[in-house]
Design a protein around this ligand. Structure first.
Ligand SMILES: [Zn+2]
Ligand SMILES: [Zn+2]
Length: 277
């Protein structure tokens, strides 16, 4: 399984030269196994995808963790949705008040977007994520609701004997600095368990988090502790705060590594990086 990081930034895109190293595009990754592809989230990173790689695909699957703008902002500019020969399947969390289609329609309609969802030329098929594992091609996909404002899921994608967990926006302990003793009380735990790769929120420094408890994000330490407890084999820290310069983010990461010890690799997500598991 190959994973491409097309957008690693949280909240909003940034083009500053001080955020260029880790990348300015918002959340989007692509998973590739042989010729089968999945797109996870449709932040501005989706526009980094090589559209030619989809030229012969009749069907494209886009899985959304949630509908915050940084995870859907690129959707209306993803070229294949304007190709009438394409069938685009969009998967996202159901909600208690409005169906996924109505919530997507709020963004993909005037005045926020010039084209109505119903007028998009490709065949759009919108799915609310099921409560049990499901299959898209070779991939077995599990989604679970996790702690973040509004209906939000994390994903676990499995193929052959490999598993990647993707939880870009997550506050696993909701205001507590330490993990619960009981695994099943920890949001997202099952998704991460024994994963070969965990791509996880780590937006805030310890200091910032003190002022942003309940905002739905977490620190590098919480992400690493979750990874350790769940026995994930590798952690990629994702959803970088756009207000943080890369130099400051790297400094924080070095301090974190110097003051904590984990027996699995941990790295900062870098836009454009490819990971093989
Ligand atoms: Zn986000
Ligand atoms: Zn969010």
């Amino acid at each position: 399984m190959r994973i491409k990081l097309h957008g690693t930034r949280g909240a909003y895109p940034t083009s500053s030269k001080e955020t260029r190293k880790l990348g300015g595009n918002t959340s989007c990754i692509e998973i590739i196994e042989n010729n089968e592809r999945l797109i996870l989230d449709a932040g501005t990173g989706i526009l980094e995808i090589d559209f030619d790689s989809y030229s012969t695909a009749d069907r494209i699957d886009i899985l959304l963790t949630h509908l915050h703008m940084d995870h859907i902002q690129g959707l209306g500019f993803f070229k294949p949705i304007f190709d009438p020969s394409k069938e685009i399947h969009i998967w996202g969390p159901g909600g208690s008040s409005y169906p996924l289609k109505d919530r997507l329609n709020k963004f993909l309609s005037p005045p926020l977007f010039p084209v109505m969802l119903r007028d998009i030329p490709s065949k759009l098929v919108i799915h609310e994520l099921p409560n049990k594992p499901f299959q898209i091609g070779c991939y077995t996909i599990t989604s679970k609701f996790i702690c973040h404002p509004g209906p939000t899921v994390g994903f676990r994608i499995e193929v052959a004997s490999k598993a990647v967990a993707y939880i870009p926006d997550h506050e696993p302990m909701l205001s507590r600095p330490h993990l619960f003793k009981e695994d099943n009380w920890i949001s997202g735990f099952d998704l991460c368990a024994n994963a070969d790769l965990l791509i996880h929120d780590s937006q805030y420094s310890k200091e910032e988090y003190k002022h942003k408890v309940g905002w739905g994000h977490c620190t590098m330490k919480i992400a690493a502790d979750l990874s350790k407890r769940a026995k994930a084999k590798r952690l990629v820290m994702f959803h970088h705060d756009p207000a943080q310069k890369d130099a400051d983010r790297v400094k924080l990461f070095k301090e974190f590594k110097n003051t904590n010890s984990y027996d699995f690799p941990i790295e900062l997500a870098v836009q454009g990086h490819k990971i093989k598991i």
